[in-house]
Design a protein around this ligand. Sequence first.
Ligand code: CTP
Ligand code: CA
Length: 227
Amino acid sequence: ELLAPRENLFQGQHILITAGPTREAIDPVRYLSNHSSGKMGYALAEQAQRLGAKVTLVSGPTQLPVPTGVDCVQVESAEQMLNAVQQAVSASSVFIACAAVADYRLANVAEQKMKKSQATMQLQLVRNPDILATIAARPDAPLCIGFAAETQDVAHYAQDKLTRKKLAMIAANDVSDQGIGFNSDENAMQLFWHDAAGQLQQRDLPRASKGHIAAQILRQIKELPSS
Ligand code: CTP
Ligand code: CA
C-alpha cells in the first residue's frame, strides 16, 4: 500500500518465509497450538512479492488467502514446517521466520481418540526443533531474520535471540500491548541488528498496518551490512 508497485528492491532474489501457528497432534481429533493468525507473515510475503522477490511461504493453518504470485506450502506441525523449509532454503537468499512454532510436541501421539477417565491427566511433551536456529547454523545459511513476541523485557529477550540464534536481524513486539500483535491488523515493532562494526543497532517501527510494518522490515533487511 505504501510502496511504488514497480520498486524492484528484491528483483532476482528468492525469499523464504514461515507464517502462522503450528499444530501438534494429541490424538486424531485434538492438537496443541497458539493464537497466531499468520497475518504478519502473509503481509511480508505479499510485500516481498511486490518488491520483485520470488517468494516461498511455508504456512501453518490460517484463515488467510495466499497472496497472488506467492508459492505457498501448507503444513501443520513444527516437524513438517522444518522439512518444508529445508526443501526450499538452498534456493533462498533471505529466510524470515515469522511463524509461531509450538516449542513442544507430544512425546507420543495417541492413535485413537483418547477417552476421559481420571479427574486429572498429564501430557508428556518433547522439545520441537528450532527451525530458525537450525537454518541459521547451516554453512550455506541465507540471511536469517527472526521474530520475537514477548510479554515482558522485550528488548532484552530479543537481543538475546539475535545473538544466540546468529541472526542478521530480529523484529520484536510486545504482545501484552492490547490491540496489537497476534490477531490484530496492526503491529508495532522494534528491530535489532548489528552494524558492520558489530555495534547493536535499534529502530522502532511505530504502530501501523501489518502491510506497512512488513514493507519497513523488508527495507531494513535490504540495508543490513550482510545483505
Ligand atoms: N522459531 C523457530 N522454530 C521454533 C521456535 C521458534 O523457527 N521451534 C523462530 C520463530 O519463528 C521466531 C524466533 O524463532 O522467528 C523466535 O521465536 P520465539 O518463540 O520468540 O523464541 P524461542 O527461541 O522459541 O524462545 P521462547 O519461546 O522461550 O521465548
Ligand atoms: Ca517459542
